[in-house]
Design a protein around this ligand. Structure first.
Ligand SMILES: *[C@@H]1O[C@H](CO)[C@@H](O)[C@H](O)[C@H]1NC(C)=O
Ligand SMILES: *[C@@H]1O[C@H](CO)[C@@H](O)[C@H](O)[C@H]1NC(C)=O
Ligand SMILES: *[C@@H]1O[C@H](CO)[C@@H](O)[C@H](O)[C@H]1NC(C)=O
Ligand SMILES: *[C@@H]1O[C@H](CO)[C@@H](O)[C@H](O)[C@H]1NC(C)=O
Ligand SMILES: *[C@@H]1O[C@H](CO)[C@@H](O)[C@H](O)[C@H]1NC(C)=O
Ligand SMILES: [Ca+2]
Length: 430
């Protein structure tokens, strides 16, 4: 009868015997025999039976496993990768549909480009698949080795997380840039000759496309899997079709808010507001976007900054900002210098410090939620001052504004009268 061997092994493998201490596989196995007598697990014959074919019943006490807290984050990353995978699948499908349509209409020129695009999508898909299965493996391994990792993960988990964050952010970028190219069929004459019936308006440019030309609030659905919401559309500035993310014009809304407010958004779409980081994420993910910042001071000077790429990661990636190249008149304050650079920075609020300033919270110090570095060369969510102010420069700030850093008599700082951030698909043509 080999029953006792099974009995110990069950205890050791399931780690139910060493109650109250971190599980150590080696130790667990060694201790198993010593603790067998005390082990609360029971293996016994069940019911009536004959001969050697008896079914056995294993009774175990409630099983409690301590897993590293980062495993929850891995789950989030897996979700993000799955979303990417779906995006790639649908891109692939839309490209194939286009190809069929192009073939059907005898478009000999388009085919080489189509094939190249198709293989790019396939390559992307295999990248996403690979990352997805790597993540799954990593997760399974960590789960399996959780006891032994107990000490290791403290050292290594951060590196793994950063690496995975990077990969996911890069993939998201590629998927977004392909989306712009792939989601529209090359022979548009065919679809445009029929009345265009948009069922889903992803952002303000889709309203522009059906002829809406007046600025105001519209309902958009950037991700069909998620809910729709209202946005303010600027249909006038530089050709229009802009989805507005933020507006400051009179100080009617308080921008000193915590993480959950910046996540959900606040204020009044018709006046001053922050659209909300989850919504900004979905909008910037749905198409490849450009960012326009408009500023006006109290002397009536109006300048702007354009960034040819704009993406904000999801909450798990702390709404990290990605911006492209600068163009415009207001100066590149978001990427001011090596030491003051808001690109690739996490979002920080007075109650959530993700900045690069080691000895304090920039959001708390400057009364705002923003992609702080250590700390800032721009902050469009600073306090609204109606006139010049003294002390900490916690007002709306754009560090490349003409004359802004010149010291004024009495140490006064100049406020801004208006600020606005808005995005539009990169491939939009007015
Ligand atoms: C696990 O237990 C073995 C045997 O007691 C010991 O040599 C080893 O250092 C322990 N490992 C950890 C990670 O605690
Ligand atoms: C992501 O892209 C950046 C440049 O775009 C590159 O420097 C970085 O190595 C990439 N990260 C990964 C993990 O591929
Ligand atoms: C939908 O948005 C909510 C918050 O607005 C977010 O928590 C959720 O993860 C989103 N779902 C998808 C599928 O993106
Ligand atoms: C804005 O809100 C913050 C935090 O609730 C508060 O401390 C501050 O006094 C408010 N500012 C104004 C001008 O109401
Ligand atoms: C900047 O924008 C202007 C006007 O749209 C354009 O003519 C110019 O080529 C742009 N410059 C760069 C470097 O993109
Ligand atoms: Ca800090």
């Amino acid at each position: 009868m080999r029953l006792p061997g099974w009995y110990w092994l069950s205890c050791a493998v399931l780690a139910v015997c060493g109650a109250g201490r971190a599980y150590n596989l080696t130790q667990g196995l060694e201790d198993a025999s010593a603790q067998a007598a005390a082990c609360p697990a029971r293996l016994e014959g069940s019911g009536k039976c004959e001969g050697s074919q008896c079914p056995f019943q294993l009774t175990l006490p409630a099983l409690t496993l301590q897993l590293p807290p980062q495993l929850g984050s891995m789950e989030e990353v897996l979700k993000e990768v799955r979303t990417l995978k779906e995006a790639v699948d649908s891109l692939k499908k839309s490209c194939q549909d286009c190809k069929l349509q192009a073939d059907g209409h005898g478009d000999p020129g388009g085919n080489a480009a189509e094939t190249a695009r198709d293989s790019r999508v396939q390559e992307l898909e295999s990248q996403v698949n690979k990352l997805s299965s790597e993540l799954k493996n990593a997760k399974d391994q960590i789960q399996g080795l959780h006891g032994r990792l107990e000490t290791l993960h403290l050292v290594n988990m951060n590196n793994i997380e950063n690496y995975v964050d990077d990969k996911v952010a890069n993939l998201t970028f590629v998927v977004n840039s392909l989306d712009g190219k792939c989601s529209k069929c090359p022979n548009q004459e065919y679809t445009q000759s029929q009345p265009v019936q948009h069922l889903i308006y992803k952002d303000c440019s889709d309203y522009y496309a059906i002829g809406k030309r007046s600025s105001g609030t519209y309902r958009v659905t950037p991700d069909p899997r998620n809910s729709s919401f209202e946005v303010y559309c600027d249909m006038e500035t530089m050709g229009g079709a802009w989805t507005v993310l933020q507006t400051r014009l009179d100080g009617s809304t308080n921008f000193t808010r915590d993480w959950k407010d910046y996540k959900a958004g606040f204020g009044n779409l018709e006046r001053e507001f922050w659209l909300g980081n989850d919504k900004i994420h979905l909008l910037s993910k749905s198409k490849e976007m450009i960012l326009r910042v408009d500023l006006e001071d109290f002397k009536g000077v109006s300048l702007y900054a354009l960034y040819d790429q704009f993406y904000v990661a999801n909450e798990f990636l702390k709404y990290r900002l990605h911006i492209g190249n600068y163009n415009g008149t207001a100066g590149d304050a978001l990427r001011f210098s090596k030491h003051y650079n808001h690109d690739l920075k996490f979002f920080t609020t007075p109650d959530r410090d993700n900045d690069r300033y080691p000895s304090g919270n920039c959001g708390l110090y400057y009364s705002s939620g923003w992609w702080f570095d250590a700390c800032l060369s721009a902050n469009l969510n600073g306090k609204y001052y109606h006139q010049k102010y003294k002390g900490i420069r916690n007002g709306i700030f754009w560090g490349t504004w003409p004359g802004i850093t010149q010291t004024q008599p009495g140490g006064y700082k100049s406020p801004f009268k208006k600020a606005k951030m808005m995005i539009r698909p990169k491939n939009f043509k007015p």
